[in-house]
Design a protein around this ligand. Structure first.
Ligand code: FES
Length: 110
């Protein structure tokens, strides 16, 4: 897994959803209830930008048809049978990082 800095992102009490491109991936960085989360930016249902959505009950809600995905796991709500990617977040010396596995990490189990 490789860790990428997220410039301009900090742990704050303010809720936000920001789309960033990092490590070749489009990611939504979400500040929700004083935690940071990183999930895939595209809704698997019909391709909407999740950054235009909102959060409720620990989930990010898609603005198009209101499918919802767990911020921790990326798992779709019951009945959806889908998921979005979720990425680990770490903060070191005030800098926020997101961890992204490469294809080869997955193949070789790194
Ligand atoms: S495109 Fe996201 S719920 Fe339909």
């Amino acid at each position: 897994m490789k860790w990428y800095p997220l410039p301009g992102i900090e742990l704050t009490n303010e809720p936000f959803i920001k789309k960033v491109k990092v490590g070749g991936k489009n990611i939504c960085v979400v500040s929700y209830q004083q935690n940071l989360y990183a999930v895939g930016a595209t809704c698997p249902h019909a391709g909407a930008e999740l950054s235009g959505g909102w959060c409720k009950d620990g989930k990010i809600i898609c603005p198009f048809h209101r499918y919802s995905y767990d911020l921790e796991t990326g798992k779709g709500s019951p009945g959806q049978n889908d998921y979005i990617d979720s990425y680990p977040i770490e903060t070191k010396e005030g800098q926020v990082y997101v961890g992204i596995e490469s294809f080869w990490d997955k193949v070789f189990g790194k």
